[in-house]
Design a protein around this ligand. Structure first.
Ligand SMILES: NC(=O)c1ccc[n+]([C@@H]2O[C@H](COP(=O)([O-])OP(=O)(O)OC[C@H]3O[C@@H](n4cnc5c(N)ncnc54)[C@H](O)[C@@H]3O)[C@@H](O)[C@H]2O)c1
Length: 411
């Protein structure tokens, strides 16, 4: 199979996980990506990345501390995988696209609409592919929910809940996830959810939201269990307390273009929890939107609830794309300890196919921008004290909250 040469930009926590994704892909007959180089502005992280890559892939990639050096130092480099803090996505992604490279960038695509639009323009200007790595929708559970909705398993959906509020004031993975200018917790977490909501229910029309900062100080968790050496090492160096400037708690009503209304409660703060994701239709209910390693269940009117395994078994017409079918032969990922990596393998494969043969991307720049826009609509609505339309937010007509971020970042 033809392969593209790829460089990994960003060897932090998620960058390390991307290396596992490359290994998963390399073990399949669909292997179409060759990791040629890794790059991180922090040399120690870049060296760790190269060492892990050698262990996982059997070949040590070249090591760089800047994108410019990497692009000029590696011949025939076709694409980069940008896995750095979201506030730097715009600069690095636009630079890579202007160098003629295809790009996959981690979610959230960027922090503000202005940054997202400049990335979309750079991809168009250079006729390069720009893929946003939205992984949750690629899980078989999300694919099954999508399939069931398309089949009309619950009739016409009219309402949904997306409630994911957990208590506490612990640092959420990294201190930057608590800083408004760096892509706060609601964006970092929430964009996974807005992508799932849009994937299952279509585009959002209007948002009325309230967002608050409940925990202005975040504290180091008492312990951390992670199979990744990188996360363990970083945990040891984590400060006992860090300041938080980004909102950590949100309540919103999303009115979808289809007329479906979604009740949203997302965050991590305070003392109570609130959970439960379901899609209600006029003939039944689907539990959940699907998620990484997730399950779903369906209750049709007047019937007993049918669980995930039985749903899959009964759905002969539920098919995964060929690589996904290879990675998940049972059409399920729940309980699969490699699910995170396998979803990444699917993202890499799609990028390489797009670069080699022009395949359309599932989550391109416009889709990635729309996912960010819904989270920013909640933040802008909260600031404006009124409901905002998605066209006002996507066009930048409503922009007070994000203007402060652009000013702080010098965008
Ligand atoms: N899809 C998922 O499930 C998932 C999970 C975790 C993180 N992420 C996303 O991955 C991205 C990275 O998050 P993380 O947790 O790995 O962050 P991190 O802080 O652990 O790592 C970021 C790395 O990028 C490096 N970096 C920053 N600017 C750079 C530049 N200009 N050039 C090269 N390297 C640079 C930093 O030195 C650091 O090593 C974020 O967008 C985050 O939202 C996605």
């Amino acid at each position: 199979m033809d392969k593209i040469k790829l460089g990994l930009v960003g060897c932090g926590g998620m960058g390390m996980r991307h290396l596992h994704g490359l290994r998963e892909l390399s073990r399949t007959p669909f292997s179409n990506v060759e990791l040629a180089a890794v790059c991180d502005i922090d040399r120690e992280s870049a060296e760790h990345g190269a060492a892990d890559a050698e262990e996982l892939l059997g070949i040590r990639p070249e090591v760089f501390t800047s994108l410019e050096e990497m692009a000029s130092g590696v011949s025939d480099l076709a694409a980069v995988d940008v896995v750095i803090d979201p506030s730097f996505h715009q600069k690095v992604v636009c630079q890579a696209l202007d160098m003629g490279l295809h790009v996959m960038v981690e979610k959230p695509m960027a922090v503000t609409m202005k940054a997202c639009h400049s990335m979309i323009e750079a991809a168009a200007r250079n006729d390069r592919k720009l893929s946003v790595a939205e992984n949750y929708r690629r899980d078989p559970s999300a694919r099954l929910v999508h399939h069931l909705l398309e089949k009309g398993a619950i009739g016409s959906p009219y309402m949904a809940t997306f409630h994911a509020l957990s208590p506490g004031d612990e640092i959420f993975i990294t201190p930057w996830r608590h800083l408004k200018d760096r892509g706060g917790l609601l964006l970092d977490l929430g964009v996974h959810f807005t992508d799932l909501i849009r994937y299952q229910l279509g585009d959002v029309a209007e948002v009325y939201g309230d967002a608050r900062l409940v925990e202005p100080v975040r504290r180091k968790p008492a312990s951390m269990s992670s199979p990744y050496r990188y996360y363990q090492d970083r945990f040891k160096k984590l400060a006992e307390e860090v300041p938080a400037t980004a909102e950590d708690t949100s309540v919103a009503m999303l009115r979808m273009e289809s007329g479906v209304v979604v009740s949203w409660i997302v965050g991590s703060s305070g003392h109570g929890s609130c959970g439960g994701n379901r899609i209600l239709g006029d003939r039944g209910v689907i539990e959940g939107f699907g998620t990484r390693g997730g399950t779903t269940a369906v209750k049709e009117a007047g019937q007993e609830e049918v669980g995930f395994g039985d749903l899959v078994a009964a759905s002969d017409d539920f098919e995964l794309e060929p690589l996904a079918a290879h990675l998940f032969p049972d059409r399920m990922a729940a309980g699969d300890s490699a699910v995170d990596w396998k979803l990444l393998a699917l993202e890499y494969f799609e990028l390489a196919e797009a670069a080699l043969g022009g395949r359309d991307l599932e989550v391109d720049g416009v889709e990635g921008m729309k996912d960010v826009a819904v989270v920013n609509a909640i933040l802008e609505s909260s600031r404006a004290g009124r409901a905002v339309t998605m066209s006002e937010v996507e066009s930048g007509e409503v922009y007070e909250y994000q203007a402060e971020i652009d000013a702080a970042l010098g965008n």
